[in-house]
Design a protein around this ligand. Structure first.
Ligand code: NCD
Length: 384
């Protein structure tokens, strides 16, 4: 099969190292079939699922069955992160093919409160011994102690708390641990991070001023910040290692329950690269920096081959038209059925190639596709 690339911009496809594909009893929000279709339609061909599923991924058995679920449903590459709790089977999950550890640690999560330093420190040491990547939520720590959980815009997880959390986690981490800070939302935290830095599209494109105080569409962890803080975050563009979506689908009905009752989370796997390509088209950021932060750097951190054009590269590409379009939530593929980016400038791919096979063309995801699991065959060493 030949793909006509004339007048299309061909980029290495993205690796989104922070998504929530749901499934199980949360399949009404999303599952691997709908979530990866949404990914592919947005130029993302590898997704890394986070372990806060129901039940959470904290044992090798659960990790294996989550990988099997993805194998049955996904339409692109995928990996599953190991959840980290005090009694989680880290080595077992690593051997079962986890590509990274976390999210969890320093923020309260759906599977428990934030881990205190005395539990966190030995977990860090174990992850260092395994050679894993520790992906950390450093959102809500004062000094070295976690704060209580609250919900809502900026009332909890204040901007100043993030830099304290990042610093506290950095102090606790043993030398040699590969630390990755998930979804940093403030410029000061980016400056303070000793490890790789991940930032989401929503903290770059949305601020709390864009939402009514009682509108939960913008409710997310960590919270959207002020418009001033959003602009400061862009000023750190060069320091950001990875852009990842934290795609956290909840239905429109759930998000309409008002600020206190609605769940936190914003969908974004399909709009992430299109929003950034539009910024590059407007010459606000260099196009090569988009490729670095959405494709190459996350692949390097996870230890999977880069997508690209050299021999040995992964044959995952997305082809973009010249014109800038507007986001239309009705055209998106996530089951959650809404997007906070309606009307935003975006360049969506016209074609997406996964493992050399045409996976997406003219708005439609192909039926039979090469799903693959980069974790398979990894981390099999017996001496773990
Ligand atoms: C996440 C989700 O919905 O899974 N939501 C979010 O706001 N980022 C969970 C979480 O990290 O709170």
């Amino acid at each position: 099969e030949t793909v006509d690339c004339s007048r299309l911009l061909c980029l290495p496809a993205a690796v989104d190292m922070h998504v929530h594909m749901r499934g199980g009893e949360q399949a009404y929000k999303e599952n691997f079939a709908t979530g990866t279709a949404s990914a592919v339609a947005g130029g993302v061909t590898v997704v890394v699922d986070q372990p806060n599923t129901i039940p959470p991924i904290t044992t090798a058995e659960r990790l294996r069955s989550r990988v099997e679920e993805a194998h049955r449903q996904a339409v692109c590459g995928f990996a599953v992160n190991a959840g980290v709790t005090g009694d989680a089977d880290l080595a077992g999950m690593w051997r079962a093919g986890a590509l990274a550890f976390g999210e969890t640690f320093a923020a309260p999560s759906s599977y428990g409160e934030a881990l205190p330093p005395e539990i966190l420190a030995p977990l860090f040491e174990r992850i260092r011994q395994l050679g894993g990547l520790a992906t950390v939520h450093a959102e809500e720590v004062a000094g070295d102690r976690p704060l209580a959980t609250l919900t809502g815009h900026d009332r909890a997880r204040p901007a100043a708390g993030e830099v304290l959390a990042v610093t506290a986690v950095g102090r606790l981490a043993p030398p040699g641990l590969r630390l990755h800070f998930c979804h940093l939302s403030t410029a000061d935290a980016v400056d303070a991070a000793r490890g790789s830095v991940e930032v989401t599209p929503h903290h770059l494109f949305l601020s709390r001023e864009a939402f009514d105080p009682d509108d939960a569409a913008g409710k997310v962890n960590p919270p959207l910040r002020s418009e001033r803080e959003r602009k400061r975050l862009w000023s750190r563009w060069e320091k950001i290692d990875v852009i990842a979506s934290d795609h956290a689908p909840h239905t429109h009905g759930e998000k309409s329950r008002g600020i206190a009752a609605a769940p936190s989370g914003i969908p974004g796997v399909e709009t992430m690269v299109p929003l950034l390509v539009a910024e590059a088209r407007k010459r606000r950021i260099p196009l090569p920096s988009v490729i670095e932060k959405t494709s190459w750097k996350p692949a390097d951190l996870l230890g999977i081959p880069r997508a690209g054009f050299a021999p040995g590269d992964r044959a995952d590409y997305a082809l973009y038209p010249e014109s800038i379009a507007k986001v239309d939530p009705d055209q998106l593929h996530s089951r959650c059925g809404w997007s906070p980016y309606a009307g935003y400038d975006a360049v969506f791919p016209a074609e997406v190639i996964v493992q050399g096979v045409r996976a997406y063309h003219d708005g439609a995801v192909a039926a039979a596709l090469p799903r693959w699991h980069p974790g398979a065959g990894y981390n099999t060493s017996e001496d773990l």
